[in-house]
Design a protein around this ligand. Structure first.
Ligand SMILES: CSC[C@H]1O[C@@H](n2cnc3c(O)ncnc32)[C@H](O)[C@@H]1O
Ligand SMILES: [Zn+2]
Length: 430
């Protein structure tokens, strides 16, 4: 058996306790064999974790990874204006190669900041599949469909593409890639298309992922036209099941929170994007209290503007307190749980916890930094003080993706060069 040992660190356990322990990994199976003191010194490879915190790889549960190309392309506008005036015209000019380049840059950024798993909605998905396969990360991928502004044939083609992509790529990259059918949102996709997309997805046991209740501009028209709240509409469409997960859930009322909890539908909180686009403050503590599965995501790098999930944890804790008007709301342990086990549960992928028999998806944090000193409380440090750049090693599925801050599966400087070239050419075309 080929083994990897992570030696000498402090390990974050699922109950948020910290234990001095080594971790022994079966690299062939990609799983954790043992967690304990003085494990097999003869392992095939050892990662030094002295002075480090060893935690589950972070799970970014809602992203548009190729949007790294559009980082800083358009800022300081609300969602609808931002999409219509800037982002959608730029995206209309993206080539498959551009999407590949943006995705590789985003994957490098994720590996460097300890993310081992993510969920992604975009187009030119085969390019993203290839990049994810090469990167060694784990992902739930899908083609985002939009039907407004399209004639009926084009609209059905876009829905069909989402269903076909989900069927074709599910289980690829040795099972690390799973898929979802991804209609963009409840307002940008028409009723008959949403109903069909959900039925087709669920017939194949594939989840549905979509944006919902992100802004008041999105909620108002649904209430006016249908005399029901967006998530009651989603339930009627068959898009509010245990398999499904939605992004944002900012403007949800108490009845919608109950619907989410009863249905078991995951909500991915994206605090940085919600603040930047001034979309609003999600009632995260109320959702947690009601038993809703809440995960955490960055959204795309154009509305964030990075893919650092440690930033996102801090933002979630801060914004959660403001939203609840309560400093004890959305506590450190809650946000660490959201970014790990909560996100993994929301997108139904393994990971998010360090357990014997579980997947070996791991981030090793270097604690030897002024901003992490003294180590009064390491869970507090993860939520409030750690930065993505503190990650020293990243392991996914038992494979080392970054060792001593060197990304091994992708070429970091080539990814940056290619992104600079791609955006220069895009700017000339748009
Ligand atoms: C059709 S693929 C996905 C689509 O979503 C756009 N997008 C990026 N961020 C957001 C957001 O916060 N809300 C809604 N849509 C968003 C992205 O630009 C792609 O066009
Ligand atoms: Zn999004």
């Amino acid at each position: 058996m080929d083994t990897l040992r992570i030696a000498g660190g402090q390990v974050l356990r699922p109950d948020a306790t910290i234990e001095d322990a080594d971790i022994l990994i079966d690299r062939d199976a990609g799983t954790i064999l043992d967690i304990g003191a003085d494990l097999d010194a003869d392992a095939d490879e050892t990662l030094d974790a002295e002075g480090c915190l060893v935690m589950p790889g972070v799970v970014n549960a809602h992203c548009h990874v190729a949007m790294t190309l559009l980082r800083g392309y358009a800022d300081d506008k609300p969602l609808d204006t931002w999409l219509r005036e800037d982002i959608w015209p730029a995206e209309a000019a993206l080539t498959p190669e551009d999407v590949r380049v943006g995705a590789e840059l985003g994957l490098v950024e994720m590996i460097k900041s300890g993310t081992t798993t993510f969920a992604d909605m975009y187009f030119e998905v085969p390019e993203i599949v290839d990049a994810v396969e090469k990167s060694g990360l784990r992902a739930r991928l899908g083609h985002g469909s939009v039907t407004i502004g399209k004639d009926e044939d084009d609209a059905w083609d876009d829905i069909e593409e989402s269903i076909e992509v989900a069927r074709e790529f599910d289980g690829t990259a040795d099972g690390r890639i799973r898929t979802a059918v991804m209609p963009h949102s409840l307002t940008t996709v028409g009723e008959e298309y949403l109903r069909e997309a959900a039925a087709e997805a669920h017939a194949d046991d594939i989840p549905v992922h979509y944006h919902a209740n992100e802004t008041t501009d999105e909620v108002g028209p649904i209430v006016d036209e249908r005399d029901e709240r967006p998530l009651a509409y989603a339930q009627d469409l068959g898009m509010l099941t245990e398999r499904d997960f939605l992004a944002h859930g900012v403007h949800v009322d108490d009845e919608e929170i109950s619907l989410l909890a009863e249905a078991g539908t995951g909500v991915v909180h994206c605090p940085a994007s919600n603040m930047k686009l001034a979309s609003g403050m999600a009632p995260v503590q109320a959702m947690l209290d009601a038993g809703v599965t809440v995960g955490l995501g960055t959204d795309g790098a154009a509305s964030n503007n990075d893919l650092d999930m440690f930033d996102e944890m801090r933002d979630a804790a801060m914004l959660g307190k403001l939203a609840a008007d309560d400093a004890s709301a959305v506590a450190a342990e809650d946000v660490v749980n959201m970014a790990t086990a909560g996100s993994a549960a929301a997108i139904d992928l393994p990971g998010g916890a360090l357990e014997v028999g579980g997947v070996a998806d791991i981030a090793v944090i270097d604690l030897d930094a002024p901003h992490l000193t003294p180590a009064n409380d390491l869970v507090s440090h993860l939520a409030y003080a750690t930065r993505g750049s503190d990650v020293r090693h990243t392991v996914c599925d038992g494979q080392v993706l970054m060792r001593d801050r060197e990304v091994l599966t992708l070429d970091e400087s080539a990814a940056m060069d290619r992104a600079r070239e791609a955006i220069a050419s895009l700017r000339e075309r748009v």
